[in-house]
Design a protein around this ligand. Structure first.
Ligand SMILES: [Zn+2]
Length: 380
């Protein structure tokens, strides 16, 4: 059964499943009309989907205007399988074990740690062990978000931790028998926002942590570029000849507007060795003038980056995923107020509704869409 489940779903099967998910419940006759498959094929494939628990029959719909029997409706069963998604941050690791539609079974997190080549595999294994220890539900796919450039599961540039050229996929494949995917974290933010959060079909997920990356979803599909480097907006140059960046450029956007740079400035203002987003939030709402000014400057720099993204990509929506912007919505208003240009004033800018889980939910989307062999998978 397990090996059968891992097989990539055949094209017609995936097409019917996608329609059943999109329509939420639908009759066989309407499936036939909407997909162009004849009724006999629909009947054969849905029989198979029902037998394998991918689809339920859920009672009857309305009979057609010319009368006749009320049709039986079909509904997707998101609990047919489960997936695991892990966000390997620079100084944290988050994990989720969920059903295919993102419904959470368990959550794992460890924060204020230093991720390195030496400990990352153990931390991922620990996360998987903790996430699955209370259940024997079948896991069919694992997705891992890495903060750096990833191409076809190869990690090849991680400027803020040392995972460059780590052959994580090979190590994990030795341990787990389900398909595993490694993906850039900003790509996962965009994919998660598309799959679980938004009406938008073209969007940019802007992930702001130690660096700044953009995931691009166009007409429901992730755009990664030839070498997986599309959306590396953190390395567009904001100040020519400016601060040195690990990428080799001088004056990159992320050397001025990343969360890490912001935190370092605020640590200096408050004379602290350690800071987190909740402390920053407290100082902001206590109206610490220097902190407010620093955050508003950050919003200004961010709006320049967003103006550039808008000019290149013209998305419907830009989702900001940042530990600061997720919890201080006034800063999103600051960004918006700075965007008055022709190419940016129509863009819908929102904080990520998925908050700190944005990357792991993108991982769930990636794992589920691969398991179901459905592009443009959307659960809303
Ligand atoms: Zn750079």
């Amino acid at each position: 059964m397990v090996s059968d489940k891992f097989n990539i779903r055949k094209q017609n099967e995936s097409m019917l499943l996608k329609k059943i998910i999109d329509e939420q419940n639908i009759s066989r006759a309407d499936l036939s009309k909407l997909t162009g498959l004849n009724k006999a094929s629909v009947s054969t494939i849905t029989k198979d989907l029902i037998e394998n628990n991918f689809v339920f029959e859920i009672g009857t719909g309305n009979s057609s205007s010319v009368g006749g029997r009320k049709p039986v409706l079909l509904e997707f069963n998101p609990k047919v399988a489960t997936v695991i998604a892990i966000d390997v941050g620079i100084n944290y690791i988050y994990g989720i074990h969920s059903y295919l539609n993102g419904e959470e079974i368990s959550w794992f997190e460890e924060t204020d740690i230093t991720i390195s080549k030496e400990n990352v595999l153990n931390l991922i294994n620990k996360a998987i062990e903790v996430l699955t220890k209370k259940t024997d539900l079948e896991v069919v796919s694992l997705a891992i978000g890495v903060h750096g450039v990833v191409n076809n599961n190869d990690i090849y540039f991680t400027p803020y931790y040392d995972l460059t050229d780590l052959n994580l996929i090979e190590e994990l494949t030795k341990l787990y028998d389900y398909p595993i995917f490694i993906e850039n974290e900003a790509n996962l933010v965009a994919l998660g926002a598309y799959c679980f959060g938004l009406e938008a079909h073209s969007l940019v997920g802007l992930s702001i942590h130690s660096g700044i990356g953009a995931g691009i979803v166009n007409d429901g599909l992730l755009q990664k570029g030839q070498y997986g480097e599309a959306g590396e907006v953190g390395h567009t140059i904001l100040f020519p000849g400016g601060e040195k960046c690990p990428c080799g450029n001088l004056g990159c956007f992320e050397q001025y507007a990343s969360t890490e740079i912001l935190f370092n400035k605020i640590k200096g203002i408050l004379n602290l060795n350690y800071i987190n987003s909740l402390l920053v939030k407290k100082e902001y709402y206590n109206n610490n003038k220097e902190v407010v000014k620093t955050l508003e400057e950050n919003a200004y720099l961010l709006s320049i980056g967003i103006n550039n993204i808008s000019s290149f990509l013209n998305p419907q929506t830009i989702i900001i995923n940042s530990p600061i912007y997720n919890i201080i919505p006034e800063l999103i208003d600051q960004v918006k107020s700075n965007l008055s240009g022709q190419f940016s004033n129509k863009i819908n800018i929102k904080p990520s509704a998925l908050g700190k889980k944005s990357i792991v939910y993108g991982g769930v989307a990636l794992a589920s869409q691969n398991f179901l062999n459905i592009n443009k998978l959307k659960f809303i």
